[in-house]
Design a binder for this molecule. Structure first.
Ligand SMILES: CC(C)(COP(=O)(O)OP(=O)(O)OC[C@H]1O[C@@H](n2cnc3c(N)ncnc32)[C@H](O)[C@@H]1OP(=O)(O)O)[C@@H](O)C(=O)NCCC(=O)NCCS
Length: 379
């Protein structure tokens, strides 16, 4: 019986200069820079440049990228009207997926797969996807979408467009770091989706729409919203044990726990826990974070001996809640960050393309005689 690599576990599907993960040591490195250093010193815009160019920008290069992102923040009339039609019926992740496809449809350069044009597209998507999500949220709350603020960085401007007020310095920094942490993660399911679509030489917009659809699932990006629902259902420390026992008794999984690669705590969860501690000091919603800590400790005891630890989604739920972000935007926000990693992998893919076309082992019937429909049973 030939081997089947179910879930492609342990298979290298490509080489990359973008990201290295050591799941045993709990290491995450973007193009040579440790995630702890990037979270401490960098900005999301710098990380975007790093992923798209595999080096940090000089001052002029960073100013140019900032200018480009700012200039791409506005939404064309077509997208504005589309959002007006979609928001009453369509959830935010699917709205993002549709908006990206429409952005591709109205971009006359969409089929230009040269590296220079692809980098422009990557910046355009990074800027516009944030505006799409903020505008969607305003519309469904009966408010007019806000024009982007040119004087704010990417993270701060998104929070401003969402809430209508300029975020505090702490909120700006925490959200910026959250975007950095979610920007890239080697060959995860959504990046692979983008790669498969790109490998057919379909355009970057369609590849990103594929990735958004893949990120939506609860085993991938959808886990952060699921963690929020768990915290909301548990509500109080004394409910942790009965809730978890019942969940595991039904054979279900605890969201935000476990990872295909990390067999220790995800370093992104470590950083988000630190940030959570800072935000909790002044947040009226700190009980979500406190409950996360208690749940983490309980699960540590309950799952002892199994390689199951908090992943990036575990603390992002309570951190986003403390920043006042609605829970169904958590996964779209993951996409607003991961767009940089997705597009960086696509730059690599288009530069050295090979169609992704694996095999499947056939185990169905053979040599059947075809019977015309008139001679088959009534059923
Ligand atoms: C992420 C995930 C899909 C990776 O799973 P995987 O590599 O396919 O691991 P497996 O499905 O082989 O699970 C291995 C064992 O751990 C258990 N397990 C894995 N994740 C678990 C979880 N979150 N809660 C409880 N048990 C879990 C499995 O039931 C299995 O147990 P068994 O060997 O007794 O059958 C999985 O950990 C999961 O579903 N986590 C919750 C969703 C989540 O947080 N996703 C975001 C990832 S960043």
């Amino acid at each position: 019986m030939p081997d089947i690599a179910r879930g492609l576990e342990g298979i290298n599907v490509t080489a990359t200069k973008l990201c290295r993960i050591d799941g045993v040591k709990g290491e995450l490195v973007y193009s040579g820079y440790n995630i702890y250093d990037l979270a401490e010193h960098s900005t999301f815009e710098e990380v975007a440049f790093l992923l798209w160019n595999q080096r940090l920008p000089g001052k002029t290069e960073l100013a140019e990228l900032n200018g480009r992102l700012v200039s791409e923040r506005g939404l064309d009339d077509v997208i504005a009207r589309l959002l007006g039609e979609l928001w009453p019926h369509v959830r935010p992740m699917r709205t993002l997926e549709i908006a990206v496809e429409v952005l591709g449809a109205i971009d006359p350069q969409s089929s230009d797969l040269t590296q220079a044009q692809l980098k422009l597209t990557a910046a355009r998507l990074t800027a516009k996807m944030a505006t799409v999500i903020a505008a969607y949220d305003r519309l469904r709350n009966g408010k007019q979408p806000l024009s982007p603020r040119d004087d704010l960085g990417h993270a701060a401007n998104f929070l401003y467009m969402l809430t209508g007020t300029e975020p505090t310095d702490l909120a700006k920094r925490v959200f910026d770091v959250a975007l950095i942490l979610h920007a890239e993660h080697e060959m995860n399911a959504s990046t692979f989706s983008a790669m498969v679509t790109g490998s057919t030489l379909s355009d970057m917009y369609s590849a990103i729409a594929s990735a958004i659809g893949t990120l939506k699932g609860p085993l991938h990006g959808g886990a952060n919203e699921a963690v929020y629902k768990v915290l909301d259902a548990i509500k109080d420390e004394q409910n942790i044990a009965p809730y978890v026992e019942a969940l595991l008794g039904r054979g279900e999984r605890v969201m935000g726990i476990g990872h295909r690669i990390y067999k220790t705590t995800d370093p992104r969860a470590v950083i988000l826990e630190r940030l959570g501690n800072e935000v909790a000091e002044t947040s009226p919603d700190r009980w979500y974070f406190d409950l996360s800590l208690k749940l983490r400790d309980y699960l540590g005891r309950k799952l002892e001996g199994k390689p199951l630890y908090p992943n990036v989604d575990f603390f992002s739920a309570s951190v986003y809640r403390m920043l006042g972000i609605p829970s169904d935007l958590y996964t779209p926000i993951f996409a607003l960050a991961r767009i940089t990693g997705w597009t960086a992998h696509l730059l690599e893919q288009y530069a050295d393309n090979r169609l992704v076309r694996p095999n499947a082992l056939y185990e169905g019937a053979e040599n059947r005689q075809y019977t015309p429909i008139a001679q088959r049973s009534a059923v």
